[in-house]
Design a protein around this ligand. Structure first.
Ligand SMILES: [Ca+2]
Length: 356
C-alpha cells in the first residue's frame, strides 16, 4: 500500500516536472517574433509603441530599425536612430537589448532599387529562420522604405514575413503621412504578395485618441517610464495640439502607432478586402483580383491601455531605472525658455495677423 502511494506520488512529481518543462518551453515558443521599423521622434506615439514593445514579455523583438521623416533634421534616419538609442538605453535603461539599426534617410528612388543598409540586411537575414507557416511580424510605423528595400532585395521574403503597418487614411485613401513619406515603398509592398495588415488613420482616430486629461490620468503617475511618456505627450500637445492663447484642452491626440501592437496582442479585429494598387497621387485603384489586405476595423482600447500600464509596471518592478532621467534642471530651464520664446513669437505673429 505504502509502495503504491510512493509510486503514485513519484508519478505525480514526474508529471508536474514534465508539465513545468513543457509549459516553460511553450511559453518561450509562444512569444511573438517581431521586428520594428520606426520614425521615432517625429511625434509622440512611436515612443509609446517602443515602450510597450520592449517592456512586453509577449514579444521576442529581433531588432529595431530607424526610419526617415521629412519633419526631422537631416539625415533624419540618423536623428531617429539617436532618439531610438536614447529611448532604449536611457529611458528604458536597458543594458542589453535587441540590435538597433540606422535605416535609410531617403525614400526609394526607384521601385526596383533597394536602399541597402545594415538594417535592411538584418531584416532579410533574420527572416530566413521563418516560413509561410511561421512568419516573422515586421511592423512599420513610419516610412516603409527599409521594409520595401528588404522585399526588393529578396522577393522571397514575402513568404517568410507578414507586415503590420500604421498607414493610409482608410481603405479608400493613401493620403496619409507614412504613405506620403515613401509612396514607392508602399507601391512595392502592395504589388508584392506579402501578407499586409493595416491600421489606418481613421481607425486610430476612433479608438486611440486621448485627451490631455485622459493621457495624464492614464500614464503620468506610472513610474519613471510613465513620467517620460507623459512628458513626451505633453510637449507634443503644447507645441502642436493646443490652440494658442486659448485655455482649450478638449482636442485629443492620437497614439497612432500602438495599433500595430494591439493587433499582435489580439486586441484588434480586422476585415479582408481586395488588395488595391497605390497610384502616385496617393489614390487607390483596383489591384490583382483575388489578392487581399487585412484592414484593422476596431481596437479594444480599454484592454489595450490596461495591458500597456500592467506591462510598464511589471517591467519597472523588475528593472532598476534611475529616477532622474530628465535633463539637468539648468538645461531643462533652457528648453522651457526656448519653448516659451517660440510660443511668444507665434503668439505675437498671430496677434499681428488678427490686427490686419
Ligand atoms: Ca511613427
Amino acid at each position: 500500500m505504502i509502495y503504491a502511494r510512493l509510486e503514485t506520488a513519484s508519478m505525480l512529481a514526474f508529471a508536474i516536472r514534465c508539465w513545468l518543462v513543457f509549459s516553460t518551453a511553450s511559453l518561450a515558443w509562444s512569444k511573438i517574433p517581431v521586428l520594428l521599423s520606426t520614425d521615432i521622434g517625429n511625434e509622440v506615439d512611436d515612443q509609446w509603441a517602443v515602450a510597450y514593445l520592449l517592456t512586453n514579455p509577449d514579444f521576442d523583438v529581433l531588432a529595431i530599425v530607424s526610419a526617415h521623416a521629412p519633419s526631422l533634421p537631416d539625415p533624419s534616419a540618423h536623428y531617429t536612430f539617436e532618439i531610438l538609442k536614447e529611448a532604449v538605453e536611457v529611458r528604458l535603461a536597458m543594458s542589453t537589448h535587441p540590435p538597433l539599426f540606422e535605416g535609410s534617410s531617403q525614400p526609394l528612388a526607384e521601385r526596383t532599387l533597394p536602399r541597402m543598409n545594415a538594417g535592411v540586411d538584418y531584416i532579410v537575414q533574420a527572416s530566413k529562420k521563418f516560413d509561410s507557416r511561421n512568419r516573422l511580424s515586421v511592423l512599420t510605423i513610419g516610412a516603409a522604405t527599409d521594409v520595401a528595400s528588404a522585399i526588393i532585395a529578396d522577393p522571397e521574403i514575402a513568404d517568410r514575413i507578414r507586415v503590420v503597418a500604421m498607414a493610409f487614411t482608410n481603405s479608400k485613401s493613401g493620403n496619409e503621412y507614412n504613405v506620403e513619406n515613401d509612396v514607392k515603398a508602399w507601391q512595392v509592398l502592395l504589388d508584392s504578395h506579402v501578407p499586409l495588415i493595416i491600421g489606418s488613420g481613421d481607425v486610430c482616430r476612433n479608438y486611440l485618441s486621448l485627451t490631455f486629461d485622459e493621457a495624464k490620468k492614464l500614464i503620468a503617475s506610472e513610474g519613471t517610464v510613465g513620467a517620460w511618456l507623459w512628458e513626451e505627450y505633453k510637449q507634443w500637445y503644447f507645441r502642436h495640439v493646443k490652440p494658442l492663447r486659448r485655455d482649450d484642452f478638449s482636442k485629443p491626440w492620437i497614439i497612432w502607432d500602438i495599433i500595430t501592437l494591439a493587433y499582435l496582442e489580439g486586441m484588434a479585429t480586422a476585415e479582408s478586402l481586395p488588395r488595391p494598387r497605390l497610384n502616385a497621387d496617393l489614390s487607390l485603384s483596383q489591384g490583382t483580383p483575388g489578392e487581399t489586405v487585412q484592414w484593422i476595423t476596431r481596437v479594444d482600447s480599454t484592454r489595450l491601455w490596461s495591458d500597456f500600464i500592467k506591462k510598464l509596471n511589471d517591467y519597472q518592478r523588475t528593472h532598476a531605472i534611475p529616477r532622474r532621467l530628465g535633463l539637468p534642471a539648468a538645461a531643462q530651464g533652457l528648453v522651457e525658455l526656448h519653448d516659451r520664446h517660440q510660443f511668444v513669437q507665434a503668439d505675437l505673429r498671430e496677434r499681428k495677423l488678427s490686427l490686419k
